[in-house]
Write a protein that binds this ligand. Structure first.
Ligand code: ZN
Length: 428
């Protein structure tokens, strides 16, 4: 009897040792290793570290200590993430395991130049009972002078998105020579260089773009400075197989841009010209297919006139115009609602070039009354207009005007184009 009891005691002790052994082993070895995320490029701000260790979770967090408006945004994200993590791993959570939840984040900052600062928050976390870590990355970009978040849309013209649609994500970070896009913890890089044709701000310089100073000069000429005066020159009724090219030469010689409101019937007959207008950085608008007065035709016909022309332009350039100039400037509420997806662009100064056919009348008509924000109406189908364009462009440039497209004008003047549909100038 006592022999059996002895054996029983040995077995019980053996089992106890085994159980304790397993628990110790799990505690020591089964805990996943803390993720390694190293901090780098501490160009800006001071990061504060903090540890919080409980029996259910361990938190190793870093926070930013810099300009207040940056702290508010970045640190709030970290605080919210920690709160969310704690909810998943609260201390009463009844999991019979030596396993614990782990949270770790780092903050990297990059000073792009005197004004632009970028902050990246990387979070690795693992909940109790899980063996995998999940990684999340958030990018924030700020302008110190403006004291606000800086977006990609602030740096590039809208077409950039199409160019990088395969890597684009809403979360990204500006770095010295590239943009990092974050998607599900994965990183994709895009050199600024790839987007240089869309640059619209001097935040980026030749060094960031990886181009020569001469190349940057070209780019700089396309950047619109909203604080300086500007005018939008527009050409109707083209494109014309020779005149339009002559005007394109004048514009590019003066590093100027304009908007060409084209007729669909001329687009299909002058495809090379359309392509050149677009490639030179000008804007293409729609005038209609064959110049009817839109107030005299049915709503269906209005829509068809514009849509067919848009399709023809799109087939050649891959670009869909957003601006329409109704023939004769004629529109009413029907036309407006039929074309609600477009801005209707009228004009401030009518050069009457179609009537006078005389550069000595066209030039003073424009230059005597021109003001910042004006939209000037000319026609690229008349050969007499071309020498007038040379004189007008030269004079305006010498006067310090930026010669911009209609969309650039409206944007630089800060219009909400969803709220206003009809524009006569950039001063309304
Ligand atoms: Zn016309």
């Amino acid at each position: 009897m006592s022999k059996v009891f002895k054996w029983l005691a040995v077995i019980v002790i053996a089992v106890m040792i085994l159980v304790i052994g397993i628990l110790v082993w799990k505690g020591i070895y089964a805990r996943p290793e803390l993720p390694r995320i190293t901090q780098s490029n501490m160009d800006f701000g001071i990061v504060e570290d903090k540890e919080e260790l409980t029996d259910k979770y361990e938190i190793y967090s870093s926070k930013l200590k810099s300009e207040e408006f940056i702290d508010l945004i970045v640190n709030q994200k970290i605080v919210d993430s920690i709160e969310e993590f704690k909810k998943q791993n609260y201390s009463d959570k009844n999991i019979a395991s030596a396993d614990i939840g782990i949270f770790k984040n780092v903050v990297d900052t990059y000073k792009i130049n005197d004004d632009v600062v970028s902050v990246r928050v990387t979070i690795m976390s693992k909940d109790i009972g899980k063996s995998e870590y999940t990684k999340s990355i958030y990018g924030y970009n700020f302008t110190l002078q403006g004291k606000h978040i800086l977006f990609l849309d602030d740096l590039f013209k809208p077409e950039y998105k199409e160019k990088i649609k395969d890597i684009y994500s809403d979360t990204y970070l500006f770095k010295n020579n590239s943009i990092e896009f974050y998607n599900d913890g994965k990183v994709k890089e895009c050199k600024y260089n790839l987007l240089k044709e869309y640059v619209r701000t001097k935040f980026l310089n030749a060094k960031n773009l990886g181009v020569t100073d001469e190349e940057y000069e070209e780019i700089e000429a396309k950047i619109v400075d909203p604080t300086k005066k500007m005018v939008a020159i527009t050409f109707d009724d083209g494109p014309h197989k020779t005149n339009t090219n002559e005007i394109l030469k004048i514009l590019s010689n003066h590093k100027a841009r304009a908007t060409f409101f084209m007729l669909g019937q001329n687009v299909v007959n002058n495809k090379d010209v359309v392509k050149q207008v677009y490639d030179n950085g000008n804007e293409i608008g729609i005038h209609s297919w064959d110049h009817p007065q839109l107030t005299n035709i049915s709503t269906e016909s209005v829509i068809k006139q514009i849509k067919d022309t848009s399709d023809a332009i799109y087939d050649i350039t891959g670009y869909r115009p957003s601006v329409v100039r109704p023939p004769y400037g004629a529109f009413n509420s029907n036309v407006k609602s039929a074309l609600s997806d477009y801005d209707l662009i009228l004009w401030t100064i009518d050069s009457l070039d179609w009537k006078s056919r005389d550069e000595n009348k066209i030039v003073p008509l424009v230059l005597d009354s021109v003001k910042d924000g004006d939209i000037i109406l000319l026609h690229d189908i008349h050969i007499t207009t071309t020498p007038a364009v040379e004189r007008i462009v030269t004079s305006l440039k010498n006067d310090g005007y930026q010669l911009v497209t209609v969309s650039e004008l409206l944007e630089a003047k800060g219009y909400d184009r969803d709220k206003i549909q009809v524009f006569y100038s950039g001063r309304q």
